[in-house]
Design a protein around this ligand. Sequence first.
Ligand SMILES: CSC[C@@H](O)[C@@H](O)C(=O)COP(=O)(O)O
Ligand SMILES: [Zn+2]
Length: 218
Amino acid sequence: MSFAAIALEEKQRVLAELGEVKRLLSSRGLFAGTSGNLSIRVGDFVPESFDFAITASGKDKSLSTPEDFLFVDQDGKPSEATALKPSAETLIHCEIYKLTGCGAIFHVHTVMNNVISELFWDRKSIPVDGVELIKAFQIWEEEAHIEIPIVSNFAHIPSIVPEVTDRLDPRIPGIVLRKHGIYAWGANAFEAKRHLEAFEFLFEYAYRWEMLQQNRRS
Ligand SMILES: CSC[C@@H](O)[C@@H](O)C(=O)COP(=O)(O)O
Ligand SMILES: [Zn+2]
């Protein structure tokens, strides 16, 4: 489906939803120093051809302005003429949409997601055992064990993409960039937000549990 063929109401709905999520996450202090980016897909999904609304690059994400978002295509190119620049990390969003067909992707930097990525960097994943909130990912096994992938954080964003392709686990709706932040996604904004919240909870649990065990050993 071409971008022009997508109903105006659908585009407006997506922009309004993105604005709401941005306000809510901002009220929780999740966009420190202009960090973070958010996107929601619009229209039908075909891996070779889709569009999504994404935050413009470098903006103060605690403010709401008419220049907060723009639409881009599957390659991260603006879907229509605009003076706005898409997020510097748009190519990571493109890759996650292509691999998963999801409907929304939220990226935030938190001290906890940075610390945990370094704590478990040698392992290249964050292990979590049997915590109830794993069910937020629709993983219902008793005492489920999950590993949340961690990938390198290169300054050159296109170099991060192949690692995302390689490491993305279809069971786990998130991936952590080393000492950078998390990308969490879902079928829609509601799911992506639920996943983001669950990841941050699990990171704090994993960090505290690891510290407790290290204290016991010493
Ligand atoms: C200013 S620090 C954060 C950026 O380097 C980046 O990681 C980020 O999350 C926001 O970039 P943006 O281009 O605004 O989407
Ligand atoms: Zn970032």
